[in-house]
Design a protein around this ligand. Structure first.
Ligand code: PGA
Length: 220
């Protein structure tokens, strides 16, 4: 199956867990988003999966922006993807909004990164006109992840019909952009989710820290 399996460690994991992933996962459809401090380490090693960052700066390139990490730096460190607009950043921490995510999207694309653009139930307003235009011009570089807030970290998976309806809606609205599903995905329900035709893959949070689970995901 060629669907994308993306994993988001959030602010979790360490070098030894990363080593065990690099030692045992050989899969070109697997994307691992690690905390930014680990990107260069994994980027230099012979990893056999795709490396991602979990965010990038609204600022481009280089400059006097203490604590920021630009898309260019992420690319140079060895990542191919960046996750943007995760709901934990949009809502809980209030770090991001439609405009900052749009800037970051531009920065990422200009730096040569691919993007997993997260949206929640409110995808109508998160995918505003300018964002849609950018997606339209970069359909081979941007993947949307539909992650209903009600499902993130809650163990409450929407019905297959609800997932299908939302993903189809996003695709209809956004030039048939590839769309993943995220929220409470685990080894037990992944087969059902990947079995939904219009779903192009999954974005996994909590369960992605467990190498045994991830191996099950990849063999499903
Ligand atoms: P979860 O998180 O798999 O722990 O629900 C998903 C996400 O936040 O991307």
């Amino acid at each position: 199956m060629n669907k994308i399996i993306a994993a988001n460690w959030k602010m979790n994991g360490n070098i030894s867990l990363l080593d065990s992933f690099m030692d045992s996962i050989h899969n070109e459809n697997f994307i691992l988003a690690v905390p930014s401090v680990y990107i260069a380490y994994a980027g230099e090693k012979r990893k056999k999966f795709i490396l991602a960052a979990q965010d990038c700066s609204v600022f481009e390139g280089y400059g006097a922006h203490t604590g920021e990490i630009s898309a260019e730096m992420i690319k140079e460190a060895g990542a191919e993807y960046v996750i943007l607009g995760h709901s934990e950043r949009r809502a809980t921490s209030n770090f991001d909004n439609v405009n900052s995510v749009y800037k970051k999207l531009n920065n990422a694309i200009n730096a040569g990164l691919k993007v997993i653009l997260c949206v929640d139930e409110d995808f109508e307003s998160l995918l505003d006109q300018k964002t849609k235009e950018l997606i339209k011009g970069n359909l081979n570089k941007i993947v949307v992840a539909y992650e209903p807030m009600s499902a993130i970290g809650t163990g409450k998976l929407p019905s297959a019909t609800d997932i299908e309806t939302a993903v189809l809606d996003i695709k209809n609205k956004c030039y048939n952009v590839k769309t993943l599903y995220g929220g409470s995905v685990n080894a037990e329900n992944i087969r059902k989710i990947l079995g939904i035709n219009v779903v192009d893959g999954v974005l996994i949070g909590g369960s992605s820290l467990r190498l045994d689970e991830i191996k099950k995901f990849l063999t499903n």
